[in-house]
Every structure is written in structure tokens, then in C-alpha cells.
Design a protein around this ligand. Structure first.
Ligand SMILES: Nc1ncnc2c1ncn2[C@@H]1O[C@H](COP(=O)(O)OP(=O)(O)OP(=O)(O)O)[C@@H](O)[C@H]1O
Length: 258
């Protein structure tokens, strides 16, 4: 069964139809990319999944469950985590503390449990710390563990943001332009981690990405859109080599060099 589906989704901003009956299907455990030129509607898809915006028409289904009535925080509880085009971290906190905070949605405590059930709360705290340490190990962040995020290079901050999303133990991870601002070596590291996330952690990844070389290297299937409409959905090579995609989005030169 399809793991995640968009069915005929549409949304308008004033007179602008940002998404016009777009559908796509993401299978369990695959890395799926959405590509298209600036303003095509890619980030709007993510913002609708997160319920920052309400769809005018259509639905998203996660494991067959309709997300329409879920609120933003419930989307996270259902196992969907996200990174942003502009990094969103607590910049004056350490890497470790940002990762522990990423566990916040997994914790089940309130003021009463914190006051009267010290042991369970303490256990959650220990679990969060252990999970954060696992992620530090997984993403090679040991050297930066106790540094303030504000003092880290951009590429490392992006890795920490990825780590914070992983701290939620998502089943579906949304990555918005994960390679933007990364150098070649950092992009290679990211490709390696994506492969590990897929193979070792079984996470399904839905990614918006402009870097066609990276898409080609990492992605199982692709949706190409422009002006809020689908051009084609299919296997990565099939989509990247499609004449309409080459013409409309990438330019012949980029595809040849990819
Ligand atoms: N909140 C909003 N209000 C008005 N228009 C919006 C809003 N959000 C997005 N848009 C418009 O919807 C269209 C799609 O925007 P979106 O950010 O999804 O494009 P994108 O494909 O992610 O582009 P980029 O690659 O540049 O990030 C654009 O024309 C954009 O200006």
C-alpha cells in the first residue's frame, strides 16, 4: 500500500493558483524528490502537509489516514518531521540541547507528572539524552556536541537541524532543500546519511531539492511540477530525462552535466 499520498491537492493565494490538482504517491522506505523551478509550488506542498496552510481541495493520506483534520502538532505526533529552507534551531543553545529539545514531542509529561511521578519523568529525560547521543554519533557531530549552534558553520547547523528532526523518530521526514548552502563534501556526507536513514532506520524521505546531481544520486522517484501543476511523476532517470522537464525546469545543459 502507498505510504504517503497527495490526492488532487489544490490551494490558491488570492488569484494565484499555487497548487492545481497535484497528486503523487510515496512508497514506504523510498526517497522521493519534488523538483521544479522557483515558485513552482514545492514548499507550499510541505506547508500544506504541516497544516501551516489549509488545502482548498484534495487530501493527504499517511498510511491510509486522512491528515485533513489533524493540527500542526498532531502531524508531528503522527510521525512526520521536517527541516526548513531557513534553518530553524535554538541558536543560543548547544547542539546536544537542541537535539534533546527535538524529543519534546515524544515526551509524555505535564506539570503534575513532573511533580508527582519523578521516576517516569527522569526515565524520559534519560531516554531523550540517550537518543540525542545516538544521533550525535550517527551524524558525526561529536566535535560540536557542547558548542552553541550560533557559533557553528552553516553546513554543521544544517546537520544539527537534520538531527533535531531525527530526534522525533519520524516515519516520514520532509527535507526542504537539504543541500542548499552545503559544499560538495557536506552534500556527499548528506547523501551517505540519507542512504543510512533509509537502510538502517527505515525512514521514508520526501525532499524538495534543486541540486539535480544530488537528486540523481539519492532519489528513487521524482515528481516534477511547474506553475502548481504536475509535469510528470516517475523513476528518477525517467523524470530527469523527460524533454518537458529538461525544457521547463532544468535546461538541457544541467541535465547533461548531472
Ligand atoms: N503565503 C503565501 N501568500 C501568497 N503567495 C504565496 C504564499 N506562499 C507561497 N506563495 C506563492 O505560491 C507560489 C509557490 O510558492 P512556493 O514557495 O511553494 O514555490 P517553490 O517551488 O517552493 O519555490 P522555491 O524553489 O523558490 O522555494 C509562488 O508564486 C509564491 O509566491
Amino acid at each position: 500500500m502507498a505510504f504517503f499520498q497527495a490526492q488532487e491537492i489544490s490551494i490558491s493565494f488570492g488569484g494565484l493558483k499555487a497548487l492545481d490538482r497535484v497528486s503523487f504517491t510515496v512508497n514506504k522506505g523510498e526517497i522521493f524528490s519534488i523538483i521544479g523551478p522557483n515558485g513552482a509550488g514545492k514548499t507550499t506542498i510541505f506547508n500544506c502537509i504541516n497544516r501551516f496552510y489549509d488545502l482548498d481541495e484534495g487530501v493527504f493520506l499517511l498510511d491510509g489516514k486522512n491528515l485533513s483534520s489533524a493540527k500542526t502538532h498532531q502531524i508531528a505526533d503522527m510521525g512526520i518531521a521536517r527541516t526548513f529552507q531557513n534553518i530553524e534551531l535554538f541558536k543560543n543553545m548547544t547542539v546536544l540541547d537542541n537535539l534533546i529539545l527535538g524529543r519534546h514531542r515524544k515526551r509524555r509529561s505535564n506539570i503534575l507528572t513532573e511533580m508527582f511521578f519523578f521516576k517516569p519523568v527522569q526515565r524520559q529525560e534519560i531516554n531523550s539524552r540517550e537518543k540525542a547521543e545516538e544521533i550525535i554519533d550517527f551524524l558525526d557531530l561529536e566535535a560540536h556536541r557542547d558548542q552553541l549552534v550560533v557559533n557553528l558553520p552553516y553546513g554543521v547547523q544544517k546537520t544539527v537541524e537534520l538531527g533535531r528532526a531525527l530526534a522525533m523518530e519520524p516515519t516520514l521526514l520532509l527535507l526542504d532543500e537539504p543541500t542548499s548552502g552545503l559544499n560538495m563534501e557536506e552534500s556527499e556526507d548528506l547523501a551517505f546519511w540519507l542512504d543510512d536513514m533509509k537502510e538502517e532506520l527505515g525512514i521514508t524521505v520526501l525532499m524538495v531539492e534543486h541540486n539535480m546531481r544530488f537528486v540523481k544520486q539519492t532519489t528513487d522517484r521524482v515528481l516534477a511540477i511547474d506553475f502548481g501543476q504536475t509535469i510528470i511523476e516517475g523513476e528518477t532517470n525517467e523524470v530527469l530525462n523527460h524533454p518537458d522537464v529538461m525544457r521547463a525546469y532544468l535546461g538541457e545543459e544541467n541535465v547533461c552535466n548531472a
